[in-house]
Design a protein around this ligand. Structure first.
Ligand code: ADP
Ligand code: ZN
Length: 768
């Protein structure tokens, strides 16, 4: 007996988060059809288990023909768990664009827009976390009465009176924290009928417990007002590039724009920051301005907390989302503005599939929503700068610091020693440790700053104790067993660590290759510099900020709060201290080694170095006392260093763009990096070569105009996490053609099913 023919509306097209470039057709049972709105989550059977998918629309009966031409009976949707679709039409459209542009299956793109709790099989529940709350049950007015009741229980009395002081009701854990009593004291109150304890649901908002310091609200300057006016009058979908020097008050511009968009026009907005943990000051300013209207999407949120925030936005209870790159998917309706602060930051690019860039997604989303986009930076990416030059973005400039503060004076300290100086030094014997870290001018500047009671920031973009361990006999360097990367030596606890895969091992006594016993530590890391500084300046209060000191949830904010409160004299850290910090008492910035990273085999190495130097320099002299920056380098004539010295963004761009003309690199062309990886070196290389030849043949066959292929070659870091990596680059002047080639390749090229072989396409890569 054959099944009755299915009506089209009885079929459903469902996207599943699988690495397959297709959607799936399911039967929609009568009972579920009313809830099947595009964007709704569905639970479906798939290969013996169940999966969560997203309903896209009516299914196509033509998809129900098997390989042999016979009709296939579709499986039925098991459940539509939510009353409302998880994704609205605008986010659905946005995910379609992501799937297309970044060459990923729709189901994978959709994952970006769903909080983790919605990708699990269980229907999520809004916050069920409760806390215990105590309430006064019987009021004791007369003091006499009170004295008698509590005659033998002074602790109960103290607790009772604390409750009173809190308006008769307070969270139990807070009461006990304040009074440090054992819980039995409260039990006593309850037993005597003086108080009751019950559960209260709390919205999971960890920010509720972080006190916001009151921030002075400034009156915008004429330059700031001009920028806000231009943005507020911006056309739907217009993108502004706000080029404002460090300390020009970009945050206030954002806040004033949001006042107009959200408070006056009643629309919603998204604010993207590179990393919430690193920018507590910026987030605090938004919270001080908009309070409850803000949902902060923080990477330290638990899944439940994230879901609560998502729900509050989805329901329109909060209308401003602040967060890192994934906040660009905040489920807001009637979007009026998207702000991308520090738009040049590479953290806006997602490292795994889908490898989207939040700045690009923001522009696409805003265009569809009729919102304006503001990209802010003191050092805009070359891509954004080129777009502004081409008239695609509107350029707004804040050329000066607010309140008459000056940009700091930047000096270079040339670390190259001439031959005469080297000979002299060799006669003087070994250098003291501090001399190996800080040149004489930087030592003097640091000592002067300490003497004046002002604060210093020292940048060393290398964590750990020393960069690597080398055998003094054979020169062998200890390398990670999983990656082609040298191991970094860490102290306290002592171990060798791979910064790529987190592999750890105990330091060796002998060289693994020649058994030599003279293993030497080479290259300074922040741990060692911290120790050297502490020995040399025992009275200075030094704080270190790098990945190793900021593991705990609020560690960044705590360190920065201490700096803000004047409890730190010297803040030493990796590039994380270069971002957005605004401390008026910081008058000295020292860059210990400007050359870290400048010679990496990556076309963006100079740009990144220039940005880092400019940004860290921008931390100095934000207050009335002015500021000074010293940059130690061995390449003082490199344009990244030279232009940072003179705060010359335009000069840097001019030279850098020239260098990217031939061979062409972004922003001259669009790039896609095709990465082949696998567990064996030989097969990975072979597949990479085959894939490149395949694409070349495809381009010849189809006469693809304007796409060129470069490579293949091993990736700069050839092996990561036990996987070998090869790559080739596709360059094109037009993004459309690149999309077609990449898509055709990913959908049709057959990767051998062995040795863990995989191919991935990284569109607009930020690192090669
Ligand atoms: P940017 O992000 O451009 O580097 P910030 O937004 O951090 O700069 O602002 C730098 C400092 O200037 C902050 O301390 C801020 O409070 C202050 N500020 C901003 N606008 C004004 C203003 N109009 N008047 C006085 N101070 C201001
Ligand atoms: Zn490793």
């Amino acid at each position: 007996m054959s099944a009755p023919p299915l009506l089209d509306d009885a079929l459903a097209e469902v996207a599943l988060a699988l690495p397959l470039f297709r959607t799936f057709t399911y039967a929609a049972p009568e009972s579920s059809r009313h809830a099947l709105v595009p964007g709704a989550r569905v639970v479906v059977p798939f290969r013996g288990t169940t999966e969560i998918g997203v309903y896209l629309g009516p299914g196509d009966p033509a998809t129900l023909r098997g390989k042999n031409g016979k009709a296939v009976t579709p499986k039925a949707i098991l459940d539509v768990p939510d009353a409302e679709p998880a994704l609205g039409p605008s986010l659905l459209t946005l995910c379609r664009w992501i799937a297309d542009y970044y060459v990923v299956p729709m189901g994978v793109a959709l994952r970006c827009a769903l909080p983790a709790l919605l990708t699990g099989a269980a229907a999520p529940t809004p916050s069920q976390r409760t806390h215990r709350v105590a309430t006064i049950a019987r009021h004791i007015e007369s003091l006499l009465h009170r004295d008698r009741i509590f005659a033998r229980s002074p602790q109960q009395r103290a607790l009772y009176e604390l409750l009173e002081a809190n308006g008769g009701r307070a969270a139990v854990h807070q009461l006990l924290e304040q009074l440090k009593f054992s819980p039995s004291v409260l039990k006593g109150l309850v037993a005597r009928g003086l108080a009751v304890v019950d559960d209260e649901v709390v919205a999971r908002d960890p920010f509720a417990t972080r006190a916001v310091a009151a921030h002075p609200s400034h009156v915008p300057s004429a330059a700031q007002r001009g920028a806000v006016d231009a943005m507020a009058a911006g056309g739907a979908g217009e993108t502004f590039l706000l080029h404002g020097v460090t300390g020009s008050g970009k945050t206030l511009v954002y806040i004033e724009l949001l006042r107009r968009v959200v408070e006056q026009r009643g629309r919603s907005a998204i604010v993207l920051v590179p990393e919430i943990a690193l920018t507590p000051q910026t987030v605090d300013r938004f919270r001080a301005a908009f309070g409850d209207q803000i949902a902060v999407l923080h990477s330290a949120l638990s899944d439940g907390e994230r879901y609560d925030a998502w729900l509050a936005l989805r329901r329109g209870e909060k209308r401003i989302a602040v967060g890192a790159r994934s906040a660009v998917f905040a489920p807001l309706e009637d979007l009026g503005a998207i702000i991308v602060d520090e738009e040049h930051e590479s953290s806006y690019k997602q490292g795994e599939s889908p490898r989207y860039h939040a700045r690009e997604v923001a522009i696409v989303r805003a265009r569809a929503a009729g919102a304006v986009v503001v990209l802010g930076s003191a050092t805009p990416s070359l891509e954004s700068w080129a777009n502004a030059q081409a008239g695609k973005f509107r350029l707004l400039t804040l050329p000066a610091r607010v309140g008459g503060a000056q940009l700091p004076s930047v000096e270079v300290v040339d670390l190259r020693v001439g031959r005469a100086a080297a000979w002299k030094a060799s006669q003087e014997g070994p250098k003291s440790p501090v001399d190996q870290v800080l040149s004489a001018p930087l030592q003097r500047a640091l000592e002067e700053t300490l003497a004046k009671g002002e604060q210093s920031i020292l940048l060393l973009n290398r964590r750990g104790y020393s960069a690597f361990i080398q055998c003094g006999d054979c020169g062998d360097v200890s390398v990670c067993p999983n990656c082609s990367i040298s191991l970094t030596y860490h102290r306290a606890p002592e171990r060798l660590v791979c910064h790529y895969c987190q592999h750890q091992e105990s330091p060796r006594d002998r060289c693994a290759r020649c058994s030599g016993e003279t293993l030497k530590q080479r290259g300074l890391g922040t741990q060692q510099v911290e120790r050297i500084l502490a020995e040399r300046y025992p009275l200075a209060r030094i704080a270190r900020m790098d990945v190793d000191t900021t593991g705990a949830k609020w560690a960044h904010a705590e360190i920065l709060d201490r700096v803000g409160n004047g409890e730190v004299d010297v803040l030493l850290g990796t590039q994380m201290i270069a971002k957005g910090l605004d401390f008026p008492n910081v008058t000295l910035v020292g860059v210990i080694d400007a050359d870290t990273g400048i010679n990496l085999p990556d076309f963006r190495a100079s740009e990144r170095c220039f940005q880092l130097l400019s940004q860290v320099a921008g931390r100095a002299g934000r207050g009335p006392k002015g500021g000074r920056v010293l940059i130690q380098t061995r390449v003082p004539t490199h344009h990244a260093v030279r232009c940072a010295l003179s705060h010359d963004y335009h000069g840097f761009v001019r030279e850098e763009v020239e260098g990217r003309e031939s061979p062409p690199y972004p922003p001259m062309v669009r790039l896609a990096n095709v990465i082949v990886s696998g567990t064996r070196e030989d097969t990975t290389a072979a597949v990479a070569q085959h894939a490149a030849a395949w694409v070349r043949a495809l381009m010849t066959r189809r006469g693809t105009a304007g796409v060129t292929l470069i490579g293949p070659a091993p990736c700069p870091v050839e092996r990561v996490k036990q996987r070998w990596r090869w790559h080739f680059l596709l360059k094109a002047e037009q993004p459309g053609e690149l999309t077609r080639v990449a898509r055709y390749f990913v959908e049709r090229f057959e990767v051998p099913k062995r040795d863990g072989l995989r191919v991935a396409v990284d569109r607009d890569p930020v690192a090669l």
